[in-house]
Design a protein around this ligand. Structure first.
Ligand SMILES: Cc1cc2nc3c(=O)[nH]c(=O)nc-3n(C[C@H](O)[C@H](O)[C@H](O)COP(=O)(O)OP(=O)(O)OC[C@H]3O[C@@H](n4cnc5c(N)ncnc54)[C@H](O)[C@@H]3O)c2cc1C
Length: 440
């Protein structure tokens, strides 16, 4: 079967780096068999920030036309769909019937395949773990053939694929256990934290814990305000069900000029956000979308950072070193003046079994930085802090980590490599990220 490809320049959500790619867009499931026999890498909605969803030297396979629902049991909440179905498309079908995603990232515009390949986490990781905890089965297209696997069936393949960033093959189908919800609304409460110590106290407080928790940190605050944050907690409220979230009406119409985001404009935004959101100390109700997906409210918001793009930096630190390590990172960021909108701090619970899954017990911080002449050098210094404190960087957000840092961050890398080379002895499934990090 001939598979048509077109040449295209591709990037991740951060628009850095831009890579020349050969792109195929199958619309028949059976085409995956042929695509898995050649150098390829699957791509969902391209919401990974860096170069993860671009083939190093072969075909990048756009999965978004393989978006058929195959089965849904409204009694049990078990859903089977092709891997190109987006989380948004799922919500449009299941929410009115009282079901929601058991784990959701901060955007609903990611595919099922992308969610499995990155083993994504949400604001409830400290209670329920990551996406893979709810994946009952996947169908995987490898150069060796097609394989159905799960935590019980070929578990070693399953745990190498979950978090394996597309480099064990193409995930064609996913069966996911959804979560019951009583309504389409959330019961939410905010608390301001004047500094990092207060933010940690709020995140650790058993009394304030909730189904979902998160803190937005002002990365430009310094001195006694270092780590100034708004802590947010929420759970699904009782009430009426309704259909899935509405598409955003706002759209970023053009690339903002590079100078528009600077330490002064971002400092003013962050200070205003802290005051405004920190005031909401009385519990209030809101729709699911603004609570889970605030950034989905503006289409193409990544154009805010201008044509040069931006990088997202997300790392996790173990509980024993998190406070010291975060203080060191925030101090460096604040001194650099590199403007980041409020960054997101989440708490992680127990790690899952994915060999390269990002979450481990502790705290994770995610922040966006515009690409300036000194941004990449600044991030190298942050890598050193993260390594010194026993942490790791999230591959789904990465565009620039050095290969030498990877084995120290991901101790199961060799086990993953071993398994991968059995599935793909000729090294066909290598992404630009995989090549840069010398993973395969
Ligand atoms: C605004 C925003 C908020 C985010 N918030 C979070 C968050 O809270 N938590 C979190 O964990 N992540 C978060 N992310 C990251 C995002 O969830 C992941 O990068 C996810 O993998 C993107 O899915 P995608 O469908 O866009 O995949 P892509 O970006 O296209 O691909 C990501 C990886 O998945 C692989 N892949 C995609 N489809 C398949 C397939 N069918 N078979 C095999 N491999 C495949 C690709 O090869 C690549 O390695 C966020 C991203 C954005 C832009």
């Amino acid at each position: 079967m001939t598979i048509n490809t077109v040449k295209q320049s591709l990037s991740g959500w951060g628009r850095y780096p831009q890579v020349a790619a050969q792109v195929a867009r199958p619309d028949r499931y059976v085409e995956l068999v042929g695509l898995a026999q050649q150098a390829a890498i699957a791509r969902g909605h391209g919401r990974a920030y860096g170069d993860a969803a671009i083939s190093a030297s072969g075909t990048t396979v756009l999965m978004t036309r393989l978006n058929r629902f195959l089965a849904f049991d409204a009694e049990s909440g078990l859903l089977t769909a092709e891997a190109g179905v987006s989380l948004d498309e799922i919500l449009q079908v299941v929410m009115a019937q009282g079901w929601f995603l058991p784990v959701t990232p901060g955007t609903r515009y990611v595919t099922l395949g992308g969610a499995v390949a990155a083993d994504v986490h949400g604001k409830n990781h400290h209670h329920v773990g990551s996406f893979s905890a709810f994946v009952r089965e996947i169908e995987l297209f490898t150069p060796q053939g097609v394989l159905r696997c799960s935590a019980d069936l070929y578990p070693s393949v399953f745990w190498a694929t979950v978090g394996g960033m597309g480099m064990t093959g193409i995930i064609g189908e996913v069966t996911l256990q959804l979560k019951r919800i009583p309504s389409a609304e959330m019961q939410v409460q905010h608390r301001p934290a004047a500094n990092l110590a207060e933010a940690f106290a709020l995140m650790e407080s058993a009394e304030l814990d909730d189904e979902y928790t998160v803190a937005w940190i002002d990365c430009l605050a310094s001195g006694k305000n270092l780590g100034r944050s708004v802590f947010m907690r929420g759970h699904h409220a009782e009430g009426a069900l309704s259909s899935g979230p509405k598409a955003a009406k706002l759209k970023m119409p053009f690339d903002l000029p590079g100078f528009a985001l600077n330490r002064y404009t971002v400092r003013a935004f962050n200070a205003g956000y802290y005051r405004w959101e920190g005031r909401k100390q009385q519990a209030f109700r809101c729709d699911l979308a603004p609570f889970f997906y605030p950034l989905d409210g503006i289409q193409q918001w990544n154009r805010l950072y201008g044509k040069k793009g931006f990088v997202q930096y997300q790392f996790v630190l173990p509980p024993e070193t998190a406070a010291k390590g975060l203080e060191a990172v925030l101090t460096r960021l604040s001194l650099s003046g590199n403007a980041s909108f409020l960054a997101v701090l989440k708490r992680f619970g127990a790690a899952g079994s994915g060999l390269l899954s990002f979450p481990m017990p502790g705290y994770t911080l995610a922040l966006d930085l515009p690409l300036r002449h000194d941004t990449l050098a600044l991030l190298d210094t942050l890598d050193a802090v993260v390594l010194d404190h026993g942490g790791r960087v999230y591959l789904a957000k990465d565009a620039r980590l050095a290969a030498s840092s990877l084995p120290r961050m991901y101790p199961q890398l060799d086990a993953w490599r071993e398994l991968r080379s059995q599935l793909d002895p000729e090294g066909l499934f290598v992404s630009a990220l995989g090549r840069r990090l010398e993973m395969c």
